[in-house]
Design a binder for this molecule. Structure first.
Ligand code: GLY
Length: 380
């Protein structure tokens, strides 16, 4: 797979999310932030902007966006939430809604989420319920948000019962993925987002997985390969969302590796010093392939290849790599059983018949999972 001619350095890549009545564009490219005001102005002439960000991103990127909005004659108000998963809470949602109302944000105005997944999920949910729905624009600043959470309209907050259990589908009106913003990410955070990139190859695009194996270091370095990877991921997600917006079918494929991942995140107390989401997904991807192999579905060499690629990138692929440990097989299965994808006590998994051949497997026996996890733990 080679990079298409229209994705050479400096190119602007456009991806459409074809939802009837709510179609929107994803713009991908380096240094798009300085063009954001023009894109927002075209979307909503005369609108005010509420710019929601977190304390970390505000210092790095808000001034450039505000300067471009100011130059374009667009009035903006900045709202800053604390960085971190704890901001996806009822308290923070209420505070943000109050702030948006105090700033007199009306239904024809625009709420902009400038940040990673936490900012996008919280801001999107606030936009979904404020005045029964205002338009919002996603300007994702993490790789994970650019290739996953900013696209597809899942918004929400966490509950004491689990992550993302309270929310709404509310599609953005525009997504601007400035891939130069990713230059400020730590290597750890970038690599964690990369797990969600490679996931698209594993779901249904074996050619993309081959390409990732050959090009992952250039994706990290930030050349046209990075833009291409973001574009492939966004196109894949846009296609799935367009045919199954509300996860009644195919959209569940995007959860490849996530049933294991969510359990590991829960068991490590959502402590980002131990495990961040993308690292949990990396382990979950490797486990999903080894579990598929054990069930006789997937050739062993494909499961080995997945783990070998994650290892080469510097991502974890084994339970033993979780700092501080994970608990027993029973605890891992119990943590999975709390996942929102569990229906009547039966686990639904995304399994694979090979690289790029994933499928939804409802009704996987918990005992089968427990025995697999016990063997993974014993293997060390
Ligand atoms: N992150 C999975 C989805 O958007 O459906």
């Amino acid at each position: 797979m080679t990079i298409p001619a229209d994705e050479k350095p400096g190119a602007r890549i456009g991806v459409s999310v074809a939802l009837e009545g709510r179609a929107y564009d994803i713009h991908i490219g380096r240094h798009l932030l300085c063009e954001a005001a023009g894109l927002i102005g075209d979307l909503a002439p005369g609108a005010k902007v509420a710019l929601v960000t977190d304390g970390t991103v505000a210092a790095l990127h808000a001034p450039a966006l505000e300067a471009s909005l100011h130059q374009a004659g667009i009035a903006s108000t900045r709202m800053v939430i604390p960085p971190g998963e704890a901001s996806k809470s009822f308290g923070q949602l209420a505070a943000l809604c109050d702030e948006l109302l105090a700033a007199k944000i009306e239904r024809n105005d625009i709420v902009v989420a400038l940040g990673g997944g936490v900012v996008g999920d919280l801001t999107g949910f606030a936009a979904a319920i404020l005045r029964r729905g205002v338009r919002f624009v996603q300007i994702p600043t993490s790789l994970l948000a650019q290739v996953d959470s900013s696209v597809g309209g899942k918004t929400g907050i966490n509950s004491s019962h689990g992550k993302n259990l309270i929310g709404a589908f509310h599609q953005p009106a525009l997504v601007i993925a400035d891939t130069a913003l990713l230059d400020t990410l730590s290597e750890r955070e970038f690599k964690a987002g990369y797990a969600e990139v490679v996931k698209y190859g594993l779901i249904d695009d074996p050619g993309f997985f081959d390409w990732c194996e050959a090009n992952w270091s250039r994706i990290i370095a930030g050349g046209p390969e990075r833009d291409h990877a973001v574009a492939v991921a966004c196109r894949a997600k846009a296609a799935i969302v367009a045919r199954d917006e509300r996860e009644e079918g195919d959209r569940a494929l995007l959860n490849l590796g996530h049933t294991f991942a969510h359990a590991l995140e829960r068991l490590t107390g959502y402590d980002s010093r131990r495990l961040v989401h993308g690292e949990a997904v990396a382990i979950g991807l490797a486990l999903a392939f080894r579990f598929s192999q054990r069930l006789g579905l997937c050739p062993g060499q494909d499961a080995v290849r997945v783990a070998r690629h994650l290892d080469a990138v510097g991502l974890p692929s084994r339970l033993r790599q979780v700092p501080g440990g994970t608990g027993s097989a029973d605890e891992i299965v119990a943590a999975m059983a709390q996942d929102k994808k569990v229906k009547r006590g039966v686990l639904t998994f995304i399994l694979a018949r090979g690289i790029g051949r994933s499928f939804i497997a409802p009704g996987v026996a918990a005992e089968e999972v427990r025995a697999f996890v016990a063997d993974e733990l014993a293997a060390g």
